[in-house]
Structures are given as structure tokens and as C-alpha cells.
Design a protein around this ligand. Structure first.
Ligand code: DGL
Length: 265
């Protein structure tokens, strides 16, 4: 496999851009292919079977691109689809999700954590199972937040409505001595100012994007796949409306760039 190939990144929509930005900062010479599956957004209210099928369709598309590594910048897909990989045919590239890199780096340093995530991620119990397997003394308080992804995707980031909904979701967590809050959905860092205002100042924010970038860097180095010089380029694809995703990129990524349409459906 050539180290010049790009790294694939996908999410249901603008959430994965929070991961992409971290990856671009940590891996400045790497090129990326970003796929937003906006036609099937939100993933959080889909069945496990649907989420698994979407993952395999996207992985197949990435195979043909081709890429040297796949970053699953979606907690819902990481929770439900990645565990099925062990039993299915291996993919021709390494796959890094949100959960394993986070759990391996935070499980031992905490006793009580909060998790906010989609309905499907919370129901899967994936964070809980993995955290407890590493540290059985850790208690995790999980809150599903189904209203947040639609608000974020419709650019409703700072309204009174959004603030009230974020408060409603976080309030039960404030009853527990949480040392940190895991962003169990890659969309939620887009609401960081609101979230940080509500959390007690001593609670740390645990953003899986940071741990995914560390894991990617370490894997690429170890396997001599890291690109350390030359120009980098990020190309964008969507299963939805390219013009709409272009507007989203202006808001959430800070750049105007072209977006190509992918037809899976
Ligand atoms: N950003 C994704 C996640 O981390 C998906 C959210 C959704 O589409 O519901 O779970």
C-alpha cells in the first residue's frame, strides 16, 4: 500500500468535520477523502441493521477510491458496525473508530464519567461495555440526546431553543460527581460553547477526535505509511445535496470548497 494514498473519513453529516479538523492539524501532510452520508441522516434513530449496512456500503466505496486507512468519524457507526468487522471479511485497510482509542486512553484515569450520544449509541452500550472491560470500578452515566443532531445540521447552534435543550439533556448528569464528559457523537463539539457553560468547571471534556488522531498517527508511523512532506488535499463527497453540504462546510469547516455527489441509494 502506498503512503501517498489519502485517508478516508466519514460521518452522517457535519459531525465528522470535528474529527477531520483534528486529523488535519495532527497529520498536516496527509490528504483526506470526506464522505457525508447526509441523504440518510440522522443515523441515531436508525436500526442496528441499517447502520451496519450503511457502513459496509461506505467501506466498499472507500475501497474503490482507494484509501490507505478509514476513520469512522461517527460514534453510532463505531458502536454498531465496527464490532461486526471481526466476523465479516476483512477490509483491505485499517479502520479506526471513536471508541477503542478513547477507552484505551481514558478508562484508567477516571472513576465517574458522563456520556452524551445518539439514541443508537447509548442503546448499543458500546462505550459502557468497553470502559467497564478496562476498568470495572468506573461508573458511566449515559444520556441519549436525539434532538441535537437535527438542530446542528440546521445551523441552530446558539439559539435559546438549543440552549434549553442542551440544559435539559445535561441536567441529570449534574446530579453525579462526573469528572469528565465524553462527546459520544461527533456533532456535539459544534455545541462546545453551550455545553462548557453548563458543565461544572472541574469536569473535563473528552473528545474522541483527539484520541483518534493519536491512534492514526501511531498506526501510520509504525507501518511506514505516514506522509511527512508534500502538499495535502481534502476532497468532499455527499450522498445528499452538494450545494447544501457546501453551505455547511462554510459554517462548520470555515472553507468554501467543491463537493461531489455520490449515489448509493
Ligand atoms: N455524528 C454521528 C455520531 O457520532 C452521527 C449522528 C447522527 O447522524 O445521528 O454518532
Amino acid at each position: 500500500m502506498s503512503h501517498n494514498l489519502p485517508i478516508g473519513v466519514f460521518d452522517s453529516g457535519v459531525g465528522g468535520l470535528t474529527v477531520l479538523k483534528t486529523l488535519e492539524a495532527q497529520l498536516p501532510h496527509e490528504s483526506f477523502v470526506y464522505l457525508a452520508d447526509t441523504a440518510r441522516l440522522p443515523y441515531g434513530d436508525k436500526t442496528p441493521q441499517q447502520i451496519i449496512a450503511y457502513f459496509h456500503e461506505i467501506a466498499e466505496w472507500m475501497k474503490n477510491h482507494p484509501i490507505k486507512m478509514l476513520m469512522v468519524a461517527c460514534n453510532t457507526s463505531s458502536s454498531l458496525a465496527l464490532p461486526t468487522l471481526e466476523t465479516l471479511e476483512d477490509l483491505p485497510f485499517p479502520v479506526i473508530g471513536t471508541i477503542q482509542p478513547t477507552v484505551s486512553r481514558v478508562a484508567f484515569s477516571h472513576r465517574c464519567l458522563g456520556l452524551i450520544a445518539t439514541q443508537a449509541t447509548v442503546q448499543s452500550g458500546a462505550f459502557e461495555k468497553n470502559l467497564k472491560a478496562s476498568n470495572s470500578n468506573l461508573s458511566l452515566h449515559s444520556i441519549p440526546c436525539p434532538k441535537l443532531v437535527p438542530l446542528i445540521e440546521s445551523y441552530n447552534l446558539n439559539s435559546e431553543e438549543t440552549r434549553a435543550i442542551v440544559y435539559e439533556y445535561l441536567s441529570p448528569l449534574l446530579q453525579h460527581p462526573i469528572e469528565g464528559l465524553i462527546y459520544g457523537c461527533t456533532h456535539y463539539p459544534h455545541l462546545s460553547p453551550l455545553i462548557k457553560n453548563i458543565l461544572p468547571p472541574q469536569s473535563a471534556i473528552i473528545n474522541p477526535a483527539d484520541y483518534m488522531a493519536l491512534e492514526a498517527l501511531s498506526f501510520l508511523r509504525t507501518h511506514n505509511l505516514l506522509k511527512t512532506s508534500g502538499l495535502a488535499e481534502t476532497t468532499f463527497y455527499t450522498t445528499g445535496c452538494p450545494q447544501h453540504f457546501q453551505s455547511s462546510l462554510k459554517i462548520f469547516y470555515g472553507k468554501v470548497t467543491s463537493v461531489q455527489k455520490v449515489n448509493f441509494l
